[in-house]
Design a protein around this ligand. Sequence first.
Ligand code: PLP
Ligand code: COI
Length: 365
Amino acid sequence: MSALSFTVQRRQDPASDERRAEILANPGFGVHFTDHMVTATWTKDGGWADGRVSAYGPIQLMPSAAVLHYAQEIFEGMKAYRHADGSVWTFRPEANAARMQRSARRLALPELGEEDFVASLKALVEVDQAWVPEADGSEASLYLRPFMYASEAFLGVRPANVVTYSVIASPAGPYFSGGLKPVTLWISQHYARAGVGGTGSAKCGGNYASSLAGQLEGIENGCDQAVFLDSASQEYIEELGGMNLFFVTKDGQLVTPELTGSILEGITRSSILELAKDEGLEPVERRIPIQEWKDGVASGDILEIFACGTAAVVTPVGELRWEGGTAPAVGGAEGGEVTRSIRSRLLDIQYGRAEDSRGWLTRLA
Ligand code: PLP
Ligand code: COI
């Protein structure tokens, strides 16, 4: 049952058609935002209320707002895709709603019901649908960013009694500007993003803050992204700062690190595990020693490696580097055959070019 309704106050000064067209012609990632945003407020006594769609703009927050001090914040990431008939769809929103509820429980934030979550996306996309890029095969989409934070003005350390939920939207081209060029990864040995009993499996801002030093170290060493290991033994592969990892093996397996509590359960990851069977591959979730990567690319046991997530879709992974060593890229200059095939399979479903036999799509507008 939906508890929230969203009133709409359209802004009087939306972007002109020309300005919007200019942005949509070259959206980048996360730099431009649509005309409106969603907000709703939760109070301990009253629950969720005051759902609205209003002008995108600065938010009023007291300097003492708990989120600014104790990082009680969670978010989601998903996309709206325009199909050839002009309709607008999103991918497995119920999975994002459920993950946001799990994140909320871990960060002691209130849960938002699945119906309210989906209704909030519909409310925003309905008003800002002109911002969803055309279905021209270019893989452009409208990135949707639901988030929730402790907005109560209080410096005591306890779960906030006032919380704000919001959704903003940003037209998006490819997350990595190099096209399907493989990304080079750096093994982060000094910095972990998450630990046992920590918040690694929640989608909270703090995890991204703690990934930045490792990411920076990677960039200083000529890499695009850092790969994080389990913090206890430093032996097992976990994930990247914003993507899960997959390995295609010589014996027809599609292997990804199992969920240990410190890895984010990506919706792209679980979708690819299902699509593996269509690809004739055996999906495997298990612990993967980082040594297996180094040995596997040398011996030929690992044929392809890719990273996946909503923003990055499926991105080939190239060379692996660490302090004192490198392991060569596999899979070729534009990603291997399986990487490209899984990528197209997923995009074809999302853009309505292939049958949605699993019921993964929800219409937004
Ligand atoms: N891992 C992390 C740390 C992420 O931030 C993301 C992105 O959302 C993913 C994995 C992939 O998750 P999803 O496929 O749900 O976007
Ligand atoms: C996503 O893929 O949606 C993410 O959240 C990754 C990154 C942009 C934080």
